[in-house]
Design a protein around this ligand. Structure first.
Ligand code: UDP
Length: 238
C-alpha cells in the first residue's frame, strides 16, 4: 500500500519557532498564513489534531544554560506553547472552522483540559483540536507529545512541520552537498543521530509503528500537499 494516501486522521506538529517569524513572540501574518492552509485541509474532510511548539518564546534548556532552574524554565516553555495555541485558534476561527484547545496543564478559563476521548469526539464532529502545554511535564518536548497524542487518539501519522524541508544526511546550513532523504527508517535516524526529532519521539513512533513525515512549513500550500500524499519532505517508517 502507498502509505501516503491513506491518512484520514492526522496529527500535525507545528514548530513554535516558525510562529515567531524568527523573532520572540507571535507574528500574526505567519500564523494567519498557516491557519489559512490548515482550514483548507480541514474543509476537505481530513480529521486534524495539532500540537504546537513554543520555541518562539522559551526553550527550557537554553534558559537553564543562563542560570535558571531547568524545570521552572521548562514550565515557561510550556506556557509559551499555550499562547501559540490561542493565536492559532483565533486565526482558524476567523477562517470559519470550529476548534477546541486542550491543555495538559489545566487552565479552565482559556482551554479545555486534555481529555483524549473528548478530543476524538471533537475530531469526529469536524472540529480541529489543538493540544497545548506539551505533556505538562518538564524535560519533555512537543515532538514527543506529538507522537504520544497521535498514538492515543489513533492518528495515522505524525506530520512534523518545521523550517527545514526534510531530513538531511548532514546539516544543509553547513554542508552544501548535504543530501535530503525522501524516505528513511527510524532506526537509521536514531543510529546516525540525524536531526529529525528528539530520540524519545522517534522511539515512540518506532515502537508503535507510527509513520512520520518531516516537511517545511514555510512553503505555502505544503500542509495540503503533504496530506494529499505528495512526496515532499522525508517519510520515516520502520
Ligand atoms: N516543554 C516541556 N515539556 C513539554 C513540552 C515543552 O518542558 O512537554 C518546554 C521545553 O522547555 C521546550 C519548550 O517547552 O523547550 C518549547 O517546546 P519545544 O522546544 O518543543 O517547541 P518547538 O521546538 O516545537 O518550537
Amino acid at each position: 500500500v502507498d502509505l501516503r494516501q491513506s491518512w484520514k486522521r492526522v496529527l500535525l506538529k507545528l514548530s513554535g519557532e516558525v510562529f515567531g517569524g524568527g523573532e520572540v513572540g507571535v507574528d500574526p501574518d505567519v500564523v494567519q498564513t498557516i491557519a489559512r492552509q490548515i482550514a483548507e485541509v480541514a474543509r476537505s474532510g481530513v480529521q486534524l489534531a495539532l500540537v504546537v511548539g513554543g520555541g518562539n518564546f522559551f526553550r527550557g534548556e537554553e534558559l537553564s544554560h543562563h542560570g535558571m532552574d531547568r524545570a521552572r524554565a521548562d514550565y515557561m516553555g510550556i506556557l509559551g506553547t499555550v499562547m501559540n495555541c490561542l493565536a492559532l485558534q483565533d486565526f482558524l476561527e476567523k477562517q470559519g472552522v470550529e476548534t477546541r484547545v486542550q491543555t495538559a496543564i489545566t487552565m479552565g478559563q482559556v482551554a479545555e483540559p486534555y481529555i483524549p476521548r473528548k478530543a476524538m469526539r471533537h475530531l469526529e464532529k469536524g472540529r480541529i483540536v489543538i493540544f497545548g502545554a506539551g505533556a505538562g511535564m518538564p524535560y519533555f518536548t512537543t515532538d514527543t507529545v506529538a507522537a504520544q497524542r497521535a498514538l492515543e487518539i489513533g492518528a495515522d501519522v505524525v506530520l512534523k512541520a518545521t523550517k527545514v524541508d526534510g531530513v538531511y544526511d548532514s546539516d544543509p546550513a553547513k554542508n552544501p552537498d548535504a543530501k535530503r532523504y525522501e524516505e528513511l527508517s527510524f532506526g537509521e535516524a536514531l543510529s546516525k543521530g540525524l536531526g529529525v526529532a528528539d530520540a524519545a519521539a522517534i522511539s515512540l513512533c518506532m515502537d508503535n509503528d507510527l509513520p512520520m513525515v518531516v516537511f517545511d512549513l514555510l512553503t505555502e500550500g505544503n500542509i495540503g500537499r503533504v496530506i494529499a500524499g505528495e512526496k515532499i519532505g522525508t517519510l520515516l517508517t520502520n
